[in-house]
Design a protein around this ligand. Structure first.
Ligand code: NDP
Length: 484
């Protein structure tokens, strides 16, 4: 068990084990080999984590923003120093190629720690002058104990995107990774301690959905931030509502990418590749409905197929490899079942479509053309490397079709017509839009979804509003006037 951590959970600054919890086998997706065995949190472990986070919160919130920020920025430096080691772990946890994890996982986690570490010292309320000398001031306060629940596609990034703004504001966190990828968040917890975070400020417990659910309903928890699917989002949102808890929901999508005749075709193909096949298609914001204007359809498909021929599929630890396995056999089977549905419903398979033989969970990057709006592959989130190409003729038509979905996470347009580009993004019903590129998510920019794709925003200064609240203080400088 090459990647066996010291224990399953990290609570109050220490590794903690309770082997009576249900076993969680960590499987390396490239080989199917078990690389670690962890245990799901028992009610006692859940309680220990909540107690630890609750006890640590007052002290952490009482530290100055500068002090809290320093801890986060030190953690960012440690993560960057250990990027290769953390990336190798992330590759084993998720199967994503090292070529990707070296630049997209611990590095983006470190960006979040650095960014929110930098903001921590400047988080303030405001002074509001009123008539007659009275005034109001506001105090920005932490919410308390926050729960982060993660999906399996970007485990390090999600642990940091939630943890960094929460901690910057003076909250403490209990993070529950997906049981499919439980390893990296433990490293984040260790690094924060090494960077000087007081014990209990950032705790990690493992478990299945029931562990997440027991955290969400605990009265000690003030806020829940979930990254996951829409069905899970619905459940978590409803459970949090009972306790009137704050929520951030980063959920799924079926995002449109529109390619007009006048687009730079090479860039459009690059955008479609990034927005469908990076991380073997396991990215929430992927532009999986690629609307291509009829005039360039065949040229687009030909160039796309040529470029896909040069994808290097194989051992994710080989840095030449740029397309790895799916995260699990289950996820592979889900994606393959959608390929079958695409075929059965009459879409034209133009590339891939097959499982790749071997012990790992590999499938070919897959492209369907002549996809109709009502086909299952055009309506449901697949979360695998399956692109649907749909034809269109006019801007008006494509706009309506692009928005005709319950999701609203992301959307993109490729065109060289400047005014059209801005008109299109103004019409998109989506939280994150792209013009002539796709799928970039820098920490400086808000990220999140509209419609069923989510509530709230991660990253940027906006995330601060989702991890803090304002106390209003009215100060009278005058006598109190009462009617009698
Ligand atoms: P799931 O919705 O299945 O799970 C997400 C997390 O929620 C997991 O940790 C899961 O635990 C936990 N969970 C499940 N049920 C409950 C419950 N009732 N109460 C509390 N927690 C629960 O998503 P996946 O892990 O399969 O991830 C894929 C999904 O995530 C896709 O829909 C994708 O679009 C979305 N996603 C969204 C992103 C965004 O930023 N908008 C980014 C990345 C992914 P367990 O796994 O143990 O069941």
């Amino acid at each position: 068990m090459q990647f066996q951590p010291k224990a399953s959970h990290f609570i109050n600054g220490e590794y903690v084990e309770d082997t009576s919890g249900a076993p969680i086998d960590v499987i390396y997706p490239a080989t199917g080999e078990v690389i670690a065995r962890l245990h799901s949190a028992t009610p006692d472990i859940v309680n220990q984590a909540l107690t630890s986070a609750k006890n640590a919160q007052t002290e952490w919130a009482a530290m100055s923003g500068t002090e809290r920020g320093r801890v986060l920025r030190r953690a960012a430096d440690i993560m960057r120093d250990r990027n290769r080691e953390l990336s190798i772990l992330e590759t084993h946890d998720t199967g994503k190629p090292l070529q990707e994890t070296l630049v997209a996982d611990a590095t983006s986690g470190a960006d979040a720690l650095e960014y929110f570490g930098g903001l921590a010292a400047s988080l303030t309320g405001e002074h509001i002058p009123l008539g007659g000398g009275d005034f109001v001031y506001t105090i920005r306060e932490a919410l308390g104990v926050c729960v982060g629940i993660g999906a399996w596609n970007y485990p390090t990034q999600i642990a940091c995107w939630k943890g960094a703004p929460a901690l910057a504001c003076g909250n403490t966190m209990i993070f529950k990774p997906s049981e499919t990828t439980p390893l990296s968040a433990l490293q984040v917890a260790e690094i924060l301690i090494e960077a000087g975070a007081p014990k209990g400020v950032y705790n990690v417990i493992q478990g299945y959905g029931d562990v997440g659910a027991s955290l969400v309903t605990d009265p000690r928890v003030a806020k829940v931030s979930l990254t996951g699917s829409v069905p899970t989002g619905r459940k978590v949102y409803a459970a949090a509502a009972d306790g009137m808890k704050h929520v951030t929901m980063e959920l799924g999508g079926k995002s449109p990418m529109i390619v007009f005749d006048d687009a730079d075709i090479e860039n459009a193909v690059s955008g479609a590749i990034l927005g469908n096949f990076y991380s073997s298609g396991q990215v929430c914001s992927n532009g999986t409905r690629v609307f291509v204007q009829k005039g360039i359809k065949e040229a687009f498909l030909n160039r796309l197929s040529e470029r896909l021929e040069s994808a290097v599929i194989g051992d994710p630890l080989d840095e030449e490899v740029n397309f790895g396995p799916m995260v699990s056999e289950n996820q592979l089977n889900i994606a393959l079942s959608y390929v079958e549905k695409g075929r059965a419903e009459g879409a034209r398979l133009v590339f891939g479509g097959e499982r790749i033989a071997g012990d790992g969970f590999y499938m070919q990057p897959t492209v369907f053309a002549d996809v109709a709006d009502d086909m299952t592959i055009a309506c449901e989130e697949i979360f695998g490397p399956v692109m649907s190409v749909l034809d269109f003729e006019t801007e008006e038509e494509v706009m309506a079709r692009a928005n005709d979905t319950e999701f609203g996470l992301a959307a993109g347009v490729f065109t060289n017509d400047l005014t059209r580009a801005h008109r299109i993004v103004a019409g998109f019903e989506a939280g994150t839009c792209y013009i002539n590129t796709y799928n970039l998510a820098p920490v400086e920019a808000p990220f999140g979804g509209s419609k069923m794709s989510g509530v709230g925003r991660e990253n940027s200064k906006l995330a601060i509003n989702h991890f803090s609240e304002m106390k209003t203080v009215y100060v009278s400088m005058n006598d109190v006037e009462a009617p009698y």
